[in-house]
Design a protein around this ligand. Structure first.
Ligand SMILES: Nc1ncnc2c1ncn2[C@@H]1O[C@H](COP(=O)(O)OP(=O)(O)OP(=O)(O)O)[C@@H](O)[C@H]1O
Ligand SMILES: [Mg+2]
Length: 262
């Protein structure tokens, strides 16, 4: 691996909900040049961990360090401002806007400052808009949706919406993107397209990804390393081959679907 320092450090993180410990002393590092997989059976604590990373929830204890800065307990807009971005479903009202308009509305932290300075003169605003449009077209190209730029977002298929969500995260010029089950409900062909577009964003834009996914074929093909959670804890981490051969992982899945991926 080329990177010398992790972009994200999860250190002894705990999250309790009333009597339930959803995340139990999790520790792992994420590298900036990697697509990290986060897998584990239902209820393992994966989505809760994402909520802690993005600032949707505060941890009960532990430290989360992103890009050299402590972010545990930060609000979502603060982690977003630092370049840690997660996907969200496209809000219903945006279904009546075109794909391109959907992208142009994403607030980019870096663009915000320039916008502020640009209220002075209309021509500056126009130049700003052209720049955002160029950026939106670029993001669309990166997720292979250029041909649908002027389509209403509401007319996209489930898989195409996932690609649009991915493009929306890229508009924010992220350092790291969190994807929670990008393959859920997506057909095989679009799934492959989503996977190759994630890989492309990783390589061409240098974006670090953490991907939660139940589709083992997708995880094993796309992610390295893979972190495995069960009952709130990290039970294994390593290359796809290492985690597939780890007896603790096989036990957590009760000899289930993970066999099928080998
Ligand atoms: N807001 C909440 N309040 C109470 N309990 C919660 C809350 N969010 C999650 N949990 C519980 O925490 C545990 C972990 O849930 P989480 O959604 O993080 O699992 P997951 O690994 O994402 O599962 P899945 O693969 O099914 O999405 C579960 O027992 C869940 O019921
Ligand atoms: Mg989940």
């Amino acid at each position: 691996m080329a990177a010398t320092a992790p972009i994200l450090q999860v250190q002894d993180v705990v999250k309790d909900f009333d009597g339930l410990r959803a995340v139990d002393h999790c520790t792992f590092d994420v590298w900036p040049d990697a697509i990290t997989g986060l897998i584990g059976p239902n209820g393992a604590g994966k989505t809760t961990l994402f909520n802690l990373l993005s600032g949707a929830l505060a941890p009960t204890s532990g430290r989360i360090i992103f890009d050299g800065r402590r972010i545990d307990g930060m609000e979502m807009h603060e982690t977003f401002g630092l370049g840690l971005v997660r996907t969200f479903q496209i809000p219903r009202e945006m279904a009546r806007m075109t794909v391109l308009e959907n992208l142009m509305l994403v607030p980019a932290p870096q663009l915000g400052e320039r916008l502020w300075a640009s209220w002075l003169t209309p021509w500056r605003v126009a130049r700003q808009e052209r720049r955002i449009e160029a950026q939106a077209l670029d993001a669309l190209g990166l997720v292979s949706l250029s041909h649908l730029a002027n389509e209403y977002a509401g007319n996209l298929s489930g898989g195409q919406k996932k690609l649009l969500e991915l493009a929306r995260t890229l508009m924010a010029e992220p350092k790291m993107v969190l994807l929670d089950e990008p393959g859920a409900g997506v057909n095989r062909i679009l799934l492959r397209s989503i996977a190759s577009n994630i890989l492309r964003a990783s390589v061409e834009r240098g974006v670090a990804f953490i991907i939660i996914e139940h589709d083992m074929q997708l995880v094993m093909a796309l992610c390295d390393p893979i972190v495995v959670m069960a009952n709130g804890s990290v039970i294994a981490q390593g290359t796809p081959l290492q985690v597939q051969q780890d007896p603790r992982v096989l036990e957590a899945y009760l000899g289930g679907q993970i066999h099928g991926a080998a």
